[in-house]
Design a protein around this ligand. Structure first.
Ligand code: G3I
Length: 403
């Protein structure tokens, strides 16, 4: 269901690069264009150049209350995720009560700013995150009716504006390797996850539909295996799933998967034909001494580099963007400073690490735009390669990306 790029495109891009025949859009990718003295690209400009979604979780209240919040968000990100406004208890707290206001405000803000929107989330599997009336369903029919009303109404309302949904969030028990025990599992069985995707697809056939999970960045763990088996089962059953979201909440040094591990994890799902995204990244720093922000920047570079290297990775979303507002303050206390902007909206080392990591991604060519030069370049590149007995080389400084 996802539109992937085949190996032919990779070869063509390599050939074009080798011949110095890259189109304008690709030339604008050179690191120097955004790092030269005087150049001042925002993360959004860089993300647009390299064709990646770069988002932040956001709340409409801060746009209204904090004059720096909205302008920074719109300048630095090409996507946003409502952090809480679309969640079932917030937007649909009783069977006939909908509270669309805060989500509408955020959707209107993003639309006006030309930003994409990730819808988070239609069904958070954790029973603590479901309203009491839903949890009280006593039959499969009742549970299905709640699910159908909720998903059909929400996806239908925002069709054409919310382009990607986390259809089901955190299907696995916290830290475990089994499905969360919730009313849907109890009444419908494990098939409820596929049914949720079917409902979302019917309500907006153009939306990209993701399964979003936390702490599945490390292949080899029983939790990763359980998540993989779940996703593969959905794909094998023909469920309309487009992608997998890796939340990527890190807490240095305790929860700190490496970029190599995340890359491996992403490739496992890409091999199923799925897209992948980093959907909720933040890096809480428990260290209180030393160059903790420099270390944080290294972690950002390492993890974002994984997405940049995997062609199926469509984007990165941070869970917030300024240390002024982070869920970690409420969860663990202040001072973990997990985001790329500081409390005064200053760019942290993690901001620069993000920018530089993004710049290593080659752009996706516009469909059809490169066909003629592509064909010529491929022929020429192949001839040159044959003559030299090796593959075309890339210009210095340009990363090789598997596409
Ligand atoms: O808005 C009310 C406020 O009116 C009230 O006075 C206050 C009293 O507690 O609560 C406020 O609501 C809180 C809301 O955040 C907004 O701040 C909720 O209690 C609180 O539970 C809620 O926490 C959110 C949490 O999900 C649960 O929904 C966090 O902001 C949000 O960052 C967090 O996000 C999750 C993702 O959805 C899924 N992955 C993990 C991630 C982090 O936990």
């Amino acid at each position: 269901m996802r539109t992937g790029r085949g190996p032919g495109v990779a070869a063509a891009l390599l050939a074009l690069a080798a011949l110095g025949a890259l189109p304008e859009r690709a030339r604008a990718l050179s690191l120097a264009d955004c790092t030269a003295p005087g150049a001042d690209c925002t993360l959004r400009e860089v993300a647009d150049l390299v064709g990646l979604r770069l988002g932040a979780a956001a709340a409409s209240g801060y746009i209204a209350s904090d004059p720096l919040y909205g302008p920074t968000l719109a300048a630095e990100f090409n996507s946003l995720t409502p952090e809480n406004h679309l969640k079932w208890p917030q937007i649909h707290p009783a069977p006939d009560t909908w509270n669309f206001g805060p989500a509408d405000a955020l959707v209107d803000f993003a639309t006006a700013a030309g930003m994409r929107i990730r819808g988070h989330t239609l069904l958070w599997a954790n029973p603590d995150r479901l309203p009491a009336y839903v949890a009280g369903a006593t039959s499969a029919a009742e549970a299905r009716a709640y699910m159908a009303d909720h998903i059909t109404t929400l996806v239908g309302r925002y069709a054409g504006r919310i382009d990607t949904w986390d259809v089901v969030n955190e299907p696995l028990e916290n830290l475990g390797d089994v499905l969360f025990d919730n009313v849907f599992l109890d009444q419908i069985g494990p098939g409820y996850i596929g049914e949720a995707f079917q409902l979302a697809h019917a309500a907006d056939p153009t939306a990209r539909l993701f399964l979003n999970e936390v702490l599945v960045e490390i292949p080899g763990s029983s939790r990763f295996d359980a998540f993989y088996d779940l996703v593969k089962g959905l794909v094998d059953a023909g469920v309309p799933i487009d992608g997998v979201g890796f939340q990527t909440h890190l807490l240095s040094p305790f929860i700190q998967p490496t970029g190599a591990q995340l890359e491996d994890a992403m490739r496992r799902f890409a091999d199923l034909g799925l897209g992948v995204e980093i959907t909720e990244m933040d890096v809480g720093m428990t260290q209180t001494a030393g160059d903790r922000l420099g270390l944080q920047a290294q972690i950002y570079a390492d993890l974002i580099g994984a997405c940049v290297r995997v062609a199926a990775c469509e984007g990165i979303t941070f869970w917030g963007f300024t240390d002024r507002y982070t869920w970690l303050d409420a969860a663990f206390g202040p001072g973990l400073d997990p985001l790329p902007f500081d409390v005064d909206y200053g760019r942290k080392p993690a901001w620069f690490a993000t920018r530089d990591a993004l710049l290593a991604r080659l752009p996706e060519p516009a469909p059809g735009a490169l066909l003629a030069p592509l064909a010529a370049a491929l022929v020429l590149g192949a001839r040159r390669s044959r003559r030299r007995g090796r593959a075309p080389a890339l210009p210095a400084g340009r990363a090789v990306v598997e596409i």
